[in-house]
Design a protein around this ligand. Structure first.
Ligand SMILES: Nc1ncnc2c1ncn2[C@@H]1O[C@H](COP(=O)(O)OP(=O)(O)OP(=O)(O)O)[C@@H](O)[C@H]1O
Length: 262
């Protein structure tokens, strides 16, 4: 019996004539930061969308914390214990930072959004607890000073941290981050790296899609490399960055990333 947090095997997904994923398998152990890398169009986002219930796979077996889960709907996946962020930030732009995190928290409480809207007496205690936890999470990601600011007024890096706080509000077994460093400057990347490190040190597991190979290599415990929908390598960062097929995939892709070595 595996004690992996996430164990996915044999995932395939075809779009018309395009085989976007062919028999992809990954295993993430508790407390690991696991990277999924590969050139543009390799299938990384498709894989994320499959495991989080946005795309229905053609095949695949899915275990989360040892339990089978069917990634057929986003809310079912969230309930099973995977929370994700998106490549293109998806916050409620005109809600405050605090409200954005509270929405994430409502996803796992009894009151739901209806309770939040009507603020019935029955829900008041739960509301207070939700707000307290949301403030804690804002502090955890380092943006508590902006709790009352509308999400759209936050800097890009802070919006990404807010997305992470909102995802953490569901108390996930696995946090899935889709290109969290995209568009960040060097300083923001350092802060992001510290945050992901902290999340790991607190015992959570993270799956990361990231184009910044240096960030992935410096942060991840394990890495899987996709190219044209196929898994071409997996292992530690040191193992994959010296793998011939990986170097070839990056050199051949014409993305200007000379090699995967930092
Ligand atoms: N909904 C869809 N319908 C048709 N084709 C799709 C769909 N989603 C993705 N694809 C195709 O599947 C392939 C893999 O795309 P995907 O976005 O998963 O790659 P990626 O590795 O995330 O790339 P990037 O790094 O550019 O985000 C691409 O050829 C893409 O055009």
């Amino acid at each position: 019996m595996s004690n992996a947090v996430l164990e996915v095997s044999g995932v395939s997904k075809r779009f018309g004539g395009l085989q976007a994923l062919s028999d992809v398998s990954i295993r993430i152990q508790p407390g690991q930061v696991y990277g999924l890398i590969g050139p543009n169009g390799a299938g990384k986002t498709t894989f994320f969308n499959v495991i989080t219930g946005l795309y229905t796979p053609d095949s695949g077996k899915f275990l989360l914390g040892g339990q089978t889960y069917e990634p057929t709907a986003v809310h079912e996946v969230a309930k099973a214990g995977i929370a994700r962020t998106f490549q293109n930030i998806r916050l409620f732009a005109d809600m405050t930072a605090l409200e954005n995190v509270m929405v994430g928290r409502h996803a796992r409480t009894h009151s739901g959004l209806i309770g939040a809207v009507f603020r019935t007496k029955t829900f008041k205690d739960e509301e207070a607890a939700i707000e307290a936890r949301a403030r804690e999470l804002l502090a955890y990601v380092g943006i508590e000073a902006f709790a009352e600011y509308k999400a759209r007024t936050l800097s890009y890096g802070d919006q990404r941290r807010l997305e992470i706080a909102r995802a953490l509000a569901t108390d996930p077994k696995l946090l899935a981050l889709d290109e969290p460093a995209a568009g960040m400057n060097a300083t923001e990347k350092v802060v992001l790296r510290q945050l992901i490190d902290r999340i790991r040190n607190d015992g959570r597991s993270v799956l990361l899609i990231e184009h910044d190979v240096k960030l992935v290599m410096g942060l991840c415990d394990g890495v899987t490399v996709l190219d044209h929908g196929k898994q071409i390598a997996e292992g530690t960062p040191a193992q994959v960055q010296s793998n011939e097929a990986v170097i070839e995939a990056y050199l051949g892709s014409g993305h200007g990333q000379k090699a995967v070595a930092p």
